[in-house]
Design a protein around this ligand. Structure first.
Ligand code: ADP
Ligand code: NI
Length: 217
């Protein structure tokens, strides 16, 4: 099978797995990340085959929905790519990217070894920012039964992945615990540029949110 067919079959496989998912990890998230990653990969001259496969497969078995199993994502990606007889070096690279992608708390470094990984991580993070990022945060919070906001619960800075995972705070806190921190963690020039614009939009959103909360606007 040639690379085009592998990409096409993988996209179809993921679309079937994630269609109708209600927590913000649905097929359209994958489609956006794939498109953004592809555009950034061109600009950064990253290997397109690896970038496309990692973007398409990055959320097939997220730990948040796999009973906390961190190996589930890379494992699911590996079985699929083996089925398509993708070369082992490509499979290893894609699985390494998927395993290191996630944000793990304000105090936990999440470095990406390769340019391809950096591109996919930026594309995934961009989709957590801006208007779509805001929508996804509240969709996730609703899915988990979280409050929108509670003035009595202050945001935390998590120094371990364990602490970050255990957190059940209101969704507005997630902006301070993750979303507003992403701008400074972008890897690529294109990623930094896009993140800055989306970050500004979230700043304006929060300002309006708190003004409305206090009945001032
Ligand atoms: P990443 O792609 O960095 O792994 P996640 O999979 O953790 O991101 O998050 C997917 C989406 O769900 C993102 O838009 C993220 O902001 C949102 N999300 C994750 N945790 C929370 C939370 N505690 N409250 C609100 N939204 C969340
Ligand atoms: Ni994702």
């Amino acid at each position: 099978m040639n690379e085009r067919d592998i990409i096409q079959q993988t996209a179809e496989h993921v679309r079937q797995l994630l269609s109708g998912e209600g927590s913000g990890h649905d097929w359209f998230h994958i489609e956006r990340v794939h498109r953004t990653a592809l555009a950034m990969a061109g600009e950064e001259q990253a290997d397109l085959f690896v970038v496309e496969l990692a973007a398409l497969l990055h959320d097939v078995a997220d730990w948040k929905f796999a009973g906390g199993d961190h190996e589930a994502g890379p494992r699911a990606a590996r079985s699929w790519l083996e089925l398509l007889a993708v070369p082992t070096v490509v499979i290893d690279h894609v699985c390494e990217i998927i395993a290191s992608l996630s944000f793990k708390g304000a105090g936990v470094a999440t470095t990406m070894r390769t340019l391809e990984g950096q591109v996919v991580q930026d594309a995934d993070r961009l989709d957590a920012l801006g208007a779509i990022g805001i929508a996804r945060a509240f969709a996730y919070g609703g899915h988990k039964g979280r409050a929108l906001y509670d003035p009595a619960v202050a945001p935390e800075s998590h120094d371990s992945f364990e602490a970050y995972k255990k957190n059940t705070g209101p969704t507005i806190n997630h902006f301070y615990e993750k979303l507003l921190l992403l701008q400074d963690r972008m890897n690529t020039t294109a990623g930094k540029r896009l993140a800055a614009a989306r970050h500004d939009f979230m700043d304006r959103y929060l300002e309006q949110f708190f003004a409305e909360w206090e009945g001032k606007r």
